[in-house]
Design a protein around this ligand. Sequence first.
Ligand SMILES: Cc1cc2nc3c(=O)[nH]c(=O)nc-3n(C[C@H](O)[C@H](O)[C@H](O)COP(=O)(O)OP(=O)(O)OC[C@H]3O[C@@H](n4cnc5c(N)ncnc54)[C@H](O)[C@@H]3O)c2cc1C
Length: 595
Amino acid sequence: MANYRAPLEDIEFVVKNLIDFDTLAQLPAYAEYDMDGDFAVSVLEEAGKFASGVLAPNREAGDRVGSVMVDGQVKLAPGYGDAFKQMGEAGWYAISMPTDVGGQGLPELLNTSANEMWTAADIAFSLGPLLSAGAALAIHAHGSEEQKQSYLPKMLSGEWSGTMNLTEPQSGSDLATIKTKAVPQGDHYLISGQKIYISFGDHDATSNIIHLVLARIEGAPEGTGGISLFIVPKFTLDADGNAGERNDVKCVSIEHKLGIHGSPTCVMQYGDNGGAVGYLVGKENRGLQAMFTMMNEARLKVGIEGLGVSEAAYQHALYYAKDRVQGRDSAGQKAAIIKHADVRRMLMTMKSLTEAMRAYSYNEAVNFDIAHHHPDRELGAAMQRRVDLMIPVIKGWMTEIGQEVASLGVQIHGGMGYVEETGAAQFYRDIRIAAIYEGTNGIQAADLVGRKLGMDGGQTMMSVIAEMEDTLAAMQAHDKASAFAGYLASAINGLKDSTAAVLAMMQSNPQQAMLASFNYMMQAGYCFGGYHMARAMMVAHDALAVDATNKQMQAKVHSTRFYMEHMLPRAEMCGQSVRNSNNDDLLSMDDELFG
Ligand SMILES: Cc1cc2nc3c(=O)[nH]c(=O)nc-3n(C[C@H](O)[C@H](O)[C@H](O)COP(=O)(O)OP(=O)(O)OC[C@H]3O[C@@H](n4cnc5c(N)ncnc54)[C@H](O)[C@@H]3O)c2cc1C
């Protein structure tokens, strides 16, 4: 079985060749750092050591033993408690949070790359820090000064953890129906109700757990306009700000599930004994908007789960493919399965998709930083629109691809992939959730088409297309890469056509646009991946012109070529489905005809 090794070579390739460090270095937020590719790589090397040395060794026991409930208390899987502590001590919880609240103030790019490594090492564990960071971010953006000072330093140091409590039995994708109740009581509220599927809702690794809870204040309007956000600590704070009395909130059970067994998925009961003490965050009835602040961040991170698990599944499959002898090679000799054409197809599919996701998502992470920190606020606002457009694609496309890659990993192992002992099946089971939580991929697609594309009549998408056309022009002029420019050209043209088609459907019949939305999201993802793989291809060829023996660049030429010839054409298949949605009578078909 392969041990996870952080893919620092490819990370360094992306960071040093495909990222705009000039813009990043100019942002005043990072003025205290000598922000360039070397600095970024030095931080990421440490993250890589932490991921492979501390987190990855727990992955298998996390799956096998899982988190369990003993005498009403959730016990985390072996090694998780210690990993929580070490992560806090090393400062990894707070990479990109501002320094004034205990963060490290580093760019989102580094946070994104580190998150790739955490999820690759052990996605189940990584959910804990991910949600803690999300909760801290929401408090930072919407909490009072007092709340920030009371909660953030301990959350960011890992002494306390955080959770996000949105889902209720009747409120999944549609949060408008939330029933959890908040009754005003002096300077606080009493919260009662049930939340389900709460990741790391209870555990024994930190001395307090800070729940962020969506609830409805008595008398608030129906629907999304009546939902408020509350801090509900597991232990209320004493006069010194430390964990004090036990609050009226408990985990009543944990779910048995397909994967991420190490992550306790809790049913949380609030207020069985009169009401849990909760504190309003931000304004009354503005809770959903407050949650949306951190949703872009959380959705980016869930998209990164697709990347991280793909990388880990690929490393696993590659190791096996080199080791497993079966059949004969073209010379008639007994051979490892890596010699077989179909296994090579699967390996290269895994590798090229993983590299495309990395190059794409890291570039968009930089746009997060520009959106948040650029002194030119007009540019910042334009970049925010771009981030908003990209988030559903990153979340949806990358988690769909993560499932495909993990499934290919099982396939390469043959029967040994289906049985549990090689660990290939765990990647497949674990990544399945990423397409479901943080807004299902159907909801992402609807958001992309229904809100993000329409918010400016497709202008932001057209500006991304124009940017891709600049790369296409460079590719057409490149002596080596030009041979593959036709693939990028037709993918870009296809995306243009689909964008126009979807915008027209939104005007004429929005439900038809919803039918097209999933394939539009996938088409965009393949196309954006192709854009960055084209850039990578040119860099690799240029490097080989200087040193033809450079193995990393030789490999990059292969993976980028494979992407152009075998992956990018999938964009056009999706495009056809998008355009066919216009005339489709599926929506008017009688439900009875489904059988
Ligand atoms: C392991 C795990 C961990 C989780 N962690 C958390 C957590 O920490 N905090 C938290 O609050 N929640 C958490 N969740 C909940 C998760 O976010 C929800 O499961 C998810 O939002 C989907 O809601 P649902 O399960 O009710 O599905 P439903 O909303 O019932 O959806 C069922 C299907 O219908 C589709 N659908 C529904 N509405 C629409 C629509 N309008 N348009 C198109 N399609 C639609 C969906 O795409 C899906 O395919 C977790 C869930 C799991 C399983």
